[in-house]
Write a protein that binds this ligand. Structure first.
Ligand SMILES: [Zn+2]
Length: 292
């Protein structure tokens, strides 16, 4: 009988739970709001236990400890979400549903989903960025999801503020980081409307593309990915992709010559799995936990 793998995409507002198989088939899926952990975590663990899963893969909002050698592995770090700071997320899940569990960040699992089932299949070095309520990046280098000291927080790289930008950063910590200048709330604060209602405003997307391209230039030079995938609400604004590619080429200014960079239409792309990249990445993470 095929292994039943649990997948949990733990987001800041919503939890998505699924049961599937190693080949990426989702058999059933539910979701529940991200309320206080004492309420929602046992409920989720019991759901997986009741489904007789053989393993679970968890993609969690951060910051969180993803290094298994760290004594705080599986804990959520400081967060404004009530009750979640220092909460032992993985430990509580495991105490109720005793199966092998994989644990990583929400953006790393989305990267893994695209690298396993999506447009980055067969590649071993991939950057997945989400530009939405926040900005984050999942990074795979040489087939491994990048962790390091904690995990990358590549949404908080500092960018050069465009001289025409009338807006201010919405990040409480940084006056000019990527998330502060280009996330959904930043767009709304600057232009007085939600991104989805600004689709025909060329200047909005020129500016947004400039910030994204500045960030991508840094990711290209630091991580050397074979493909860059953009998800989140901004990825639905397809008119932004040609602008991003042109500006990225300007910023790189011919410094790097690779086959990938010669074909930017294939290099910088929207997510390819119809918003299932996260949950499918969790499935693959669970499969890997079982294999290990
Ligand atoms: Zn910041």
């Amino acid at each position: 009988m095929a292994m039943r793998i649990g997948a949990l995409e733990a987001g800041g507002t919503k939890m998505v739970l699924a049961v599937g198989t190693a080949d990426g088939a989702i058999l059933e899926q539910i979701s529940m709001p991200t309320v206080e952990p004492e309420l929602v975590v046992p409920q989720m663990a019991e759901w997986f236990a009741s489904k007789n899963v053989d393993a679970v893969g968890i993609g969690a909002f951060g910051p969180t400890v993803v290094n298994p050698a760290n004594p705080n592995y599986g804990k959520i770090c400081f967060t404004p979400k009530p009750g979640w700071s220092n909460y032992d997320f993985l430990g509580t899940m495991h105490s109720i549903c005793d199966v092998p569990m994989g644990y990583d960040t929400d953006v790393n699992v989305a990267c893994l989903g695209e690298a396993t089932f999506g447009c980055a299949k067969g590649l071993d070095s991939v950057v997945y960025i989400t530009v939405g309520t926040g900005i984050g990046a999942g990074v795979m280098v040489g087939g491994q999801l990048l962790h390091g000291m904690l995990h990358p927080e590549a949404g908080h790289i500092l960018l050069t503020v465009n001289p025409d930008d009338p807006g201010k950063s919405v990040c409480p910590k940084h006056t000019r980081c990527f998330e502060g200048l280009a996330s959904g709330p930043s767009i709304e604060a600057r232009w007085g409307a939600k991104a989805v209602d600004l689709a025909d405003r060329q200047e909005v997307w020129e500016l947004e593309a400039d910030y994204i391209a500045q960030a991508l230039e840094i990711y290209v030079t630091c991580y050397s990915p074979q493909k860059i995938i953009i998800g989140g609400g901004v990825a639905h604004q397809e008119q932004i992709f040609p602008l991003i590619r042109t500006k990225l080429a300007d910023y790189l200014n011919g410094y790097l010559k690779t086959d990938e960079l010669d074909d930017l239409d294939s290099y910088v792309v929207p997510n390819s799995l119809n918003e299932k990249q996260g949950i499918l990445g969790c499935l693959e993470l669970g499969r890997r936990a079982l294999e290990a």
